[in-house]
Design a protein around this ligand. Sequence first.
Ligand code: GLU
Length: 316
Amino acid sequence: MHNSPLATHHSRLAPSPTGAQHVGNARTYLVAWLAARSQSGTLALRIEDIDSPRTKAGAAEQALADLRWLGLDWDGEPVVQTARVPLYEDALRALMQNELVYPCMCSRTDILNAASAPHAEHEGPTYPGTCAGRSARDAATLGVPYAWRFRVAESPVFEDRIVGRTALDLQSLGGDFVVWKNAGTPAYQLAVVVDDAKMGITEVVRGDDLLPSTPRQLLLYHALKFVPPQFAHVPLVVGEDGRRLAKRHGDTRLSALRETGVRPEALLGLLAWSCGWLDRAEPVTARELLPHFSFETIPRRPFVLTANHLRAIGYR
Ligand code: GLU
């Protein structure tokens, strides 16, 4: 219905079924939906369920229910990462053949002990290169669990549609990164690049907590000879203390809002106002926002969600 067969804009929604979707996820999905639909583009839905120990039963279905409640639709059947492992294996093999990855036996503790410099909380210490002297061919002789690490030689700079020019130093963000975990499963960085490339995605809209992942992913695009998409990283929603939305800020799960009778239009109005598309937070549908959409008005700083905002949309 929404797509011209000539659409050249292809985007995706990519929920992780590791927990409930909250107000912050809704804001990112709204931006992604409007960006796609305002350009007559296609919008795929991908369930990122390869993070096996953290994946929760029922969370994928819940995410789809949350999106439907918001009135955000997608095209085709959901794509499920756990059904695509052979594609990720092919990509890993290509990286091995070109010696762009090496087997790494270091445990988290080994790396922490070897780290000399302080490191960003979410990124962990920079990998000290302990196993970097190995060849991909050495893997067969190791006889113990190992991960595959990608050799980081540079830090690609990119132009983000919201954040602007982004230059991050991958050496200080962890250095050589894992593309295949020692549990024998693909890591997020590899799976997401293979999926976005194979699905023909031309624009990735996601939360700006993933900004440090983008230069890594650009290295993988280059190594695998895939054409990279454009990126738009949406600033996160934080609580009144400036910290990322979490339980301490009360229950901001979309399912909790829905169950207490909040209207999706009320939430969408608040989110649209927070993105600079409306002067006031008035109830609105996603479709009504189409003519108002622009990346340019989205503030580059996080959106602070207050108790007053929640009360104003009829929550508690
Ligand atoms: N699954 C990730 C999330 O829910 C998004 C990954 C991506 O968009 O690249 O945060």
